[in-house]
Design a protein around this ligand. Structure first.
Ligand SMILES: [Ca+2]
Length: 80
């Protein structure tokens, strides 16, 4: 009997972990907010040190966004 309970708990735990990961990586649809929802003006830097035509603020955000699988290579965003 204890073994059945343990198996059920492990299955529930696995289900919760899978659900959390799917939610985290946006595979489960949910409400997402943008800057406009909170009246936040997007900051655009006037500096473009690597001269790629993308302001450095946007470069930093793009390269640290965990939802995007992009690589920063020599001033170009490669892949998706
Ligand atoms: Ca740049």
């Amino acid at each position: 009997m204890k073994k059945k309970i343990l198996i059920v708990l492990v299955i529930i735990l696995i289900f919760l972990v899978i659900t959390y990961v799917l939610y985290l990586f946006n595979y489960i649809p949910h409400k997402m907010y943008s800057n406009e929802d909170f009246n936040i003006k997007t900051y655009i830097s006037k500096i473009d040190k690597d001269e790629d035509g993308i302001d450095d603020q946007t470069d930093i955000i793009l390269t640290t966004d965990i939802n995007k699988i992009e690589e920063w290579q020599g001033g170009e965003i490669v892949g998706e």
